[in-house]
Write a protein that binds this ligand. Structure first.
Ligand SMILES: Nc1nc2c(c(=O)[nH]1)N[C@H]1C(S)=C(S)[C@@H](COP(=O)(O)O)O[C@H]1N2
Ligand SMILES: [Mo]
Length: 410
């Protein structure tokens, strides 16, 4: 049957293959050219704006090898979905393939399974039910640059996040084809990247069998209707809606079902947060039990104004932005124009599902000249909202606070 859906299906498969007919190649750019820059509001916040990376528009350069590219914050004012060419980029390891041939690319499913399965992109696209989810992909270290006292790690502003429509197949369906053996406890994911030297622990991440088989976790081959950009994991990546991006393994080519809990570096040592409310500890506090970071928490941002913006006295000022609920939908967004003393509910934009950004809008009337402290907070469907004071932990993970900015009425 040829309906719109099937045509799109064929087109997507064709564009996936075309993206690498003769391989998709890229090289690390030559960064010698001088460029514009932006200063993020924290120490050492100067960031070059670069357009030198393949399939990427203007990005904030955090680091070039391996690439860490941040989305300029103004992009979030332009729509609820983050364009592929300005979606942030984060890689841990220096050795990223510079070419991938979609025709010969395979993902292998092995370990504690009834029978090993090896799947190409055409099989994934044709033989499995296609699913789609709108979901926020946010680095666990997003906003780390704002941590005070400062912590080690990539110094992101608020742009190590993005929202996209992800298209792919259910991980559950892939695992069912292989047949997970009784007694299996976890599923481990590995991508085509590797460390520059063998001693570097390969980047692998693990989910429990239950999470892996919940029907929500997806192996995606498209983002906003297009094949994944190379730097965002072409041709396949894991999508774990509601959880931090550290689990969203890119260039996914290996899925291993294991029967003992994984103790590799990236699960047991890295990405650990204090097992405390909001992952918060005092600087210097020791002896705190840690757990692997998983679920995201609600956040909300103003996108049409920035710190120091000048607004008109006596005229209603529209304020708009984005919110997301973390691992649950956005129930409410509230705006304050008096430093949090009083709050008014914002009007929510279209709902693309509980894991998506949600746009919101409100307005405030600056009655007299002077400074106004604007604050925004979201409440998710579980009743969770941002805390008044920022959390802190030594890894600089899960930054969360009611965001505020000062605007000047004149
Ligand atoms: N193969 C692979 N996948 C990976 C990583 C990586 O280093 N290698 N980094 C993870 C982390 S920590 C983040 S924040 C996201 C970034 O996804 P993006 O580059 O598409 O924005 O990829 C995740 N998946
Ligand atoms: Mo990350």
């Amino acid at each position: 049957m040829i309906d719109g859906y099937n045509i799109r299906r064929r087109q997507l498969l064709q564009s996936l293959m075309a993206a690498s007919a003769g391989c998709l190649t890229w090289g690390l750019p030559d960064l010698a050219r001088a460029a514009n820059a932006i200063t993020l509001p924290f120490e050492n916040g100067l960031r070059e704006l670069t357009t030198a990376f393949p399939q990427k528009g203007e990005m904030l350069l955090v680091r070039s090898r391996p690439p860490l590219l941040e989305t300029p914050f103004s992009v979030f004012d332009q729509g609820v979905f983050t364009p592929n060419n300005q979606f942030f980029v984060r890689w841990h390891l220096a050795s990223i393939p510079t070419s991938i041939d979609a025709r010969s690319f395979r993902v292998r499913v092995h370990g504690a399974v009834q029978h090993e399965v090896v799947l190409g992109l055409a099989e994934l696209s044709r033989e499995f039910e296609r699913v789609e989810v709108a979901a926020v992909n946010q680095c666990a270290g997003n906003s780390r640059g704002f941590f005070k006292p400062r912590v080690a790690g990539g110094e992101w502003g608020n742009g190590a996040m993005g929202n996209a429509r992800w298209t792919g197949v259910r991980l559950k369906d892939i695992l069912d084809r292989a047949g997970v053996k009784a007694g299996a406890v976890q599923v481990r994911f590995n991508g085509a990247d590797a460390g520059a030297i063998p001693a570097t622990p390969d980047f692998v991440k693990t989910l429990s069998v239950d999470r892996a088989r919940d029907g929500e976790v997806m192996v995606a081959f498209a983002m906003n209707g297009k094949p994944l950009p190379f730097l965002n994991g072409f041709p396949l990546r894991l999508v774990v809606p509601g959880w931090y991006s550290t689990y969203w393994v890119k260039m996914l080519n290996d899925i291993e079902v294991i029967d003992t809990p994984d103790t590799n570096f990236w699960m047991a040592k890295a990405y650990q947060i204090p097992d405390t409310p909001n992952a918060n500890v005092s600087p210097g506090q020791s002896g705190v039990k840690t757990v692997a970071i998983t679920r995201m928490v609600p956040r909300s941002f103003i996108t049409n104004l920035s710190d120091g913006s000048v607004v008109d006295v006596g005229r209603p000022q529209p304020v708009r932005g984005i919110a997301f609920g973390g691992d649950a939908g956005v129930r409410e967004v509230h705006l304050s124009a008096d430093n949090g003393m009083t709050w008014t509910p914002a009007k929510l934009g279209p709902d693309y599902g509980k894991y998506s950004f949600r746009r919101w809008e409100a307005s405030f009337l600056p009655r007299q000249a002077g400074q106004f402290v604007l604050k925004v907070k979201a409440v998710n469907d579980n009743g969770v909202q941002q805390p008044d004071k920022p959390n802190w932990n030594p890894g600089g993970y899960m930054r969360n606070v009611i965001e505020s900015m000062t605007v000047v009425a004149a």
